[in-house]
Design a protein around this ligand. Structure first.
Ligand SMILES: NC(=O)c1ccc[n+]([C@@H]2O[C@H](COP(=O)([O-])OP(=O)(O)OC[C@H]3O[C@@H](n4cnc5c(N)ncnc54)[C@H](OP(=O)(O)O)[C@@H]3O)[C@@H](O)[C@H]2O)c1
Length: 196
């Protein structure tokens, strides 16, 4: 059955791929964006432009709670990839407060689930980004909407910078060079039986 999925952070690298996947599966997409024009253009790192993939646009300013009011009305689920990466903003204002405002609206309108792109080990991170993400994930876990937490292990866009350096013959190693690491695993925790 087709559902309406609210996507927060729809213009980001992850958000654009989420929008494309939800659309391909036959669901309606309600995208929360700052600029529709920018959203419809191609994104960074090969992420798709959203022209033709979005059924409803909502122009939001996460610093203005009134612009978030009723963004979830009549919808079924939320997927949020909203967060500060390279933007000039406080993670507390966006990763915590911005997501909190969307969650409160989702609770008010009785949505079935809220999937949130967190980051692995946010519970032990000390940066403001990690603490903001952890604070929101804790609120989400305790909220009235079924929480779905996705915990990616690394910033793949940053990894592309490492690849470019490697192409120029520059590489970094951890310790004596025998350690191996991969950014390609993510932990997903689902604290309810609901699925999107
Ligand atoms: N990509 C990864 O490999 C990875 C790994 C671990 C965790 N994560 C987490 O996943 C989430 C998405 O990552 P991403 O790579 O897709 O990041 P991204 O490309 O920077 O996308 C972030 C999204 O949040 C929005 N946003 C940021 N600051 C905002 C502000 N002040 N006001 C309104 N909107 C704002 C952006 O809107 P604009 O386009 O308008 O700026 C964009 O839609 C982030 O929370 C990130 O920490 C990502």
């Amino acid at each position: 059955m087709s559902e309406t999925v609210v996507v927060a952070g729809a213009t980001g690298y992850v958000g654009r791929h989420v929008v494309a996947a939800v659309h391909e599966r036959g669901h309606r997409v309600r995208a929360l964006v700052r600029s529709r024009e920018r959203a419809e253009a191609d994104g960074a790192f090969g992420a798709p432009g959203l022209h033709g993939l979005v059924d409803e646009w909502r122009i939001v300013d996460y610093g203005r709670p009134r612009s978030i009011s009723d963004v979830c009305e009549g919808a079924d689920r939320v997927v949020s990839a909203l967060g500060v990466t390279r933007q000039k903003a406080s993670p507390w204002d966006v990763d915590f407060l911005g997501n909190l405002r969307v969650l409160e609206d989702a609770e008010q309108h009785g949505l079935a689930s809220f999937a949130y792109v967190n980051v692995v080990h946010s519970d032990s991170g000390t940066s403001l980004t990690m603490r903001s993400k952890h604070a929101f994930s804790e609120v989400l876990r305790r909220g009235a909407v079924a929480p779905q937490l996705i915990n990616p292990s690394g910033y793949f866009s940053d990894v592309s910078d490492f690849l470019r350096l490697a192409q120029r013959g520059i590489g970094f190693m951890l310790g004596d060079g025998s350690a191996r690491l991969t950014p390609c695993t993510a932990r997903t925790s689902r604290t309810s039986s609901s699925t999107a």
